[in-house]
Design a protein around this ligand. Structure first.
Ligand code: ASP
Ligand code: MG
Length: 449
């Protein structure tokens, strides 16, 4: 039996389950088997897998004023959810509640097929995935006799004018929301969605549910943040491109941050930061294999040397060559000011006396940037590049580490190298067509799998 009253432990564990983990009625039940261990917890859910993509597509058609196609897609998605409701619950009462939840969201979606379409409309549309999954899940837990309460993320998740997470506000707002919900064994909330500085519905960008979990973890001083997905944790190489990869048992916050940022798809790149600031362990776990210990991320690094490699695609390299004034002081500042003006982050940089090369992955303002930096010299742009990032505690690696890496990359056309910027990474830029052989070469000759 489940106890009636739970005292609220504000530092409870935060567990996030991704789209696949809640992607079918069967998987949702598997999540309950994982979380129902008698310990109070806060559970963050993504939308059911495929839903956010479908919603983005619907919003895209509404943007293009193609309301007919949008309506067809809305109808298809609704039919899918009606089936989910039918399979998910046993009692008529739960089925009725489930259908009401689905109807409310699809009425919202349909309301956008008339009138003008704005960014707020788009954000409201993509939010429905998490709104539906969390409500359906809470009804399921209740049907099974658990004391589960829904915490509406829009009441406490906040981003500021720059769309950066507003942790002080989240910290201030979440406790009263938990109190209002009252004593429960499980607090269920939406990943991804939030309100922005205008008070409008917004989100933490694709894959942002992980980030929700770590922000909540930091806000409540959680004892542990768990990110549950469908693989065993960080691997030392990309299993999509290299066959012999190994799971990594332990990483430091900084190593994990480098890996997540530079392409390891398992974790949203900003997730590590709030946990690191509060020193909260982050555990990556596999819903399909809960017995596996996963990857534990803490302030400690597990030994020295190279741990892993990851690749990030869609990189654009920009080279600015100037015979005249390149290394005059103020030059780099002026170049960077252009990127700052267009809020475009730079990933890699390398400089010589006559040229500077840098990379970006957000090309929204590439034309404007190109035009403005052209006053500093000749500009050359290369697209379809990948950053291959080798991660570990590298400073203390035995002598010859760099040569080992560069020997392994013999024959691969490297466009840029970054070494020494961080003790935790060495990055090379290669054309994406050469990414796979680069990852394989690191696997065979550096990681020695
Ligand atoms: N549902 C959102 C997405 O697909 C957020 C997430 O799953 O993390 O991007
Ligand atoms: Mg994800």
């Amino acid at each position: 039996m489940h106890p009636e009253n739970f005292e609220i432990t504000y530092n409870m564990k935060v567990l996030k389950f991704g789209g696949t983990s809640v992607g079918s009625p069967e998987n949702m039940r598997a999540v309950i088997d994982i979380i129902a261990d008698g310990e109070q917890k806060l559970v963050v859910l993504s939308a059911m897998s495929g839903t956010t993509n479908a919603l983005v597509e619907i919003a895209g058609y509404l943007h293009k004023k193609n309301k007919d196609t949008a309506s067809v897609l809305i109808g298809n998605l609704e039919a899918k959810y009606k089936k989910v409701v039918d399979d998910l619950y046993k009692t008529e009462e739960s089925k009725k509640q489930g259908l009401q939840i689905v109807k409310a969201s699809f009425d919202t979606l349909r309301s956008f097929t008339s009138g003008t379409f704005t960014e707020v409309g788009e954000n409201t549309i993509v939010a429905q995935g998490e709104l539906i999954s969390t409500q359906l899940f809470t009804v399921l837990m209740t049907e099974l006799g658990y004391n589960a309460k829904l915490l509406p993320a829009l009441e406490f998740m906040r981003i500021d004018e720059d769309k950066a997470a507003d942790l002080p506000s989240i910290r201030k707002l979440i406790q009263p929301v938990i109190e209002k919900a009252g004593s429960a064994e499980f607090y269920i909330t939406q990943g991804f969605i939030c309100l922005n500085a205008n008070g409008d519905i917004d989100n933490l960008q694709r894959g942002g549910s992980d980030y929700t979990a770590s922000l909540i973890g930091a806000a409540i001083d959680s004892e542990e943040i768990q990110i549950w997905t469908d693989i065993d944790g960080f691997h030392n190489n990309d299993p999509r491109f290299v066959s012999n990869t190994r799971k990594i048992d332990q990483l430091s916050f900084l190593e994990a941050a480098e890996l997540a940022y530079f392409g390891a798809k398992i974790l949203h790149p900003q997730t590590v930061l709030p946990a690191r600031v509060q020193n909260i362990p982050v555990r990556l776990k596999n819903t399909m294999n809960p017995a596996d210990s996963g990857t534990l991320i803490t302030s400690e690094s597990d030994g020295k040397g190279i741990k892993a490699v990851a690749a990030k695609d869609g990189i654009t390299a920009i080279k600015i060559r100037s015979g005249r004034m390149l290394m005059a002081y103020g030059f780099l500042k002026n170049v960077f000011a252009v990127f700052e003006k267009y809020k475009t982050p730079i990933d890699m940089i390398s400089t010589s006396e006559v040229a500077v090369s840098l990379t970006i992955d957000n090309t929204k303002y590439l034309n404007e940037i190109q035009e403005e930096i052209a006053i500093f010299g000749d500009v050359e742009i290369d697209t379809d590049m990948s950053i291959v990032c080798i991660v570990g505690d590298i400073i203390s690696e035995e002598k010859g580490f760099a040569s080992k890496v560069f020997n392994a990359l013999d024959g691969i056309p490297i466009r840029m190298i970054s070494y020494g910027g961080s003790r935790y990474n060495i990055s090379v830029l290669v054309p994406t067509v050469h990414k796979k052989v680069t990852l394989q070469a690191i696997s065979d000759k550096v990681l020695n799998n």
